[in-house]
Design a binder for this molecule. Structure first.
Ligand SMILES: Cc1cc2nc3c(=O)[nH]c(=O)nc-3n(C[C@H](O)[C@H](O)[C@H](O)COP(=O)(O)OP(=O)(O)OC[C@H]3O[C@@H](n4cnc5c(N)ncnc54)[C@H](O)[C@@H]3O)c2cc1C
Length: 497
């Protein structure tokens, strides 16, 4: 049996016009029905490991270039870190990726191609700031934008100016080539922020920036990595910036997806039809004169080239033979995932809107440090979402579901009042416990990793190529970066074939 080629897809009608797909694919994720029967042997030009946005985009482009493709996915659904979290009443909320914003052109184009609509993130009124036991409100349409007016704000603004100048000196997608790469990669963001600010307010705000963007403590990542992440928050015409990373209006949190962002990978996977095999965790990749042999549970694929489309840490679970070059093998040992859970409370109404609140909050204590209004576009019910990040989520590792729920609701109550403590229902997605993600939202580089191992993020190892948002130049860490990486790897593989 062979992989699915463009001609076959067209012949069977699997690769149809966007409209036709949109009509049929808004339904449930593809089923275990396409699990390969045990012991299936397939061959294709290219085998792609992972049906997240990166792998699916690569498959789309390779098929369009006339190549036959098989995609092997460990889970029983496409989308990876893009997931509709069931709320227990037949509806879902964003359990993983959620927002899209300006300059995220490639996810925007794919969203459009899949016929998925977007709508503005609710952003009317004031944000909540909770620090040192005190709750205050602040508007985000002032000079400071999304930055709360803490006492340390002048100190912070000076630090941000310095960071802005450094970001300009980071080559997008190749931070290891920055003139000061060694210096910046030899310290954590924590050390830099402490040497470049005096007030506890500025320090807290820099920490919460790292927490909200990376679900990590500022001591977990190098300064160079943070500069790289911010330099990537743009496109060829608009240099990346911290403002674009943190802002809702004009920033990465500007828009949400009608029906959830998972509609994008679900519809794309539906177009690819039988090319995508679910419940097929890849255990080993063997390379040799013949190309590659990829062995997954129940299916083996022989191909000329392989694309591994996932974070470096998760790629490290695959057994490669012969072994990978040390730079790649050790990169996969040194690029850990952030730690994150999303906690969601569902209410009859978005009651905070009546109090002129956006539903967005920053807090220095409690389980949740960042919140958003995740209500449906028509506001017919209220949904609050809180991030439980880094130490906060690891601290709850062995807590019962009830204890985690209590901790989440205590945070909501502190930030939005007693009504927030009595939701109709709650739900939670713990990414750290997901075997095929191992955390989120993105892989992190501690000191020494980008300068020592960075080029191995994208450098092919013989017939094995690498994709995934971590490999992207622009918008690494985001859905846009995943799509860009899929498009880049498809060009790379097509040229190599
Ligand atoms: C909580 C959270 C919030 C986020 N918020 C946003 C946001 O608001 N906006 C935004 O743009 N991005 C956000 N992101 C990031 C975004 O989800 C990712 O950048 C993007 O989805 C990554 O896509 P990918 O294809 O590179 O990797 P993944 O989505 O991780 O895809 C990898 C795929 O490979 C599969 N896989 C792994 N190992 C194997 C194996 N051995 N064999 C076969 N298959 C395997 C996995 O199951 C998965 O489907 C968020 C992520 C999280 C977790």
């Amino acid at each position: 049996m062979t992989g699915v080629s463009r001609r076959r897809l067209l012949g069977t009608g699997a690769l149809t016009a966007a409209g036709a797909v949109a009509a049929s694919a808004a339904a449930a994720p593809p089923a275990a029905a396409r699990t390969a029967p045990s012991g299936t042997a397939l061959s294709a030009d290219v085998v792609i490991v992972g049906a997240g946005l990166a792998g699916l985009t690569a498959a789309r482009d390779l098929i369009a270039a006339g190549r036959s493709v098989v995609v092997l996915e460990a889970r029983d659904r496409p989308g990876g870190r893009v997931y509709g979290l069931p709320l227990g009443d037949g509806t879902t909320a964003e359990g993983g990726a959620e927002f899209i914003g300006p300059t995220q052109d490639r996810i925007a184009a794919l969203t459009n191609e899949m016929g998925v609509a977007t709508f503005p993130t609710y952003n009317e009124g004031d944000n909540v700031y909770y620090r040192n036991g005190r709750r205050s409100l602040y508007a985000t349409d002032g000079l400071l934008g999304a930055v709360p007016p803490d006492w340390g704000v002048l100190d912070l603004e000076l630090a941000l100016l310095r960071l802005g100048r450094m970001i300009e000196d980071v080559p997008v997608g190749e931070p290891w080539k920055a003139a000061k790469a060694d210096e910046w990669d030899s310290q954590t963001f924590h050390s830099w922020s402490r040497s470049n600010s005096l007030s506890s307010g500025a320090r807290f705000l820099m920490d919460v920036f790292v927490s909200s963007a990376l679900s990590a403590r500022s001591r977990d990542v190098s300064l160079l990595y943070v500069l790289h992440y911010a330099a990537a928050a743009g496109n060829a015409d608009n240099p990346g910036s911290i403002d674009r990373l943190i802002n809702t209006r004009d920033g990465a949190q500007e828009l949400r997806f009608a029906g959830g962002p998972e509609q994008v990978p679900i519809r794309l996977a539906a177009r690819l039809g039988d090319a995508v095999r679910y419940n097929a965790p890849v255990r080993s990749i063997a390379t040799g004169g013949h190309g590659v042999t990829v062995t997954a549970d129940g299916v083996t694929v022989s191909a000329k080239r392989a694309v591994v489309a996932m974070s470096p840490a998760i790629a490290g679970k695959i057994d490669f033979s012969p072994g990978l070059p040390a730079s790649r093998a050790q990169l996969m040992q040194r690029y850990p995932m952030g730690s994150v859970a999303k906690f969601v409370g569902v209410y009859d109404t978005p009651f905070w809107r009546e109090e002129n609140l956006t539903g967005q909050a920053l807090a220095d204590s409690g389980a949740i440090d960042v919140t958003f209004d995740n209500s449906p576009p028509d506001g017919s019910r209220g949904i609050l979402m809180g991030f439980i990040n880094h130490d906060n989520v690891r601290r709850l590792d062995s807590a019962s579901e009830e204890a985690v729920r209590a901790a989440g609701l205590e945070s909501f109550g502190k930030l939005f009042g007693d009504r927030a403590k009595s939701p109709v229902r709650t739900a939670m997605m713990r990414w750290d416990n997901e075997t095929w993600s191992g955390g989120g939202p993105v892989g992190l580089a501690p000191p020494g990793v980008l300068t020592g191992f960075g080029p191995a993020l994208r450098e092919p190892c013989g017939p094995v190529h690498w994709a995934g948002t971590e490999t992207s130049d622009y918008w690494t860490g985001y859905m846009d970066g995943a799509v860009r990486s899929g498009e880049r790897v498809a060009r790379e593989v097509d040229e190599a074939l």
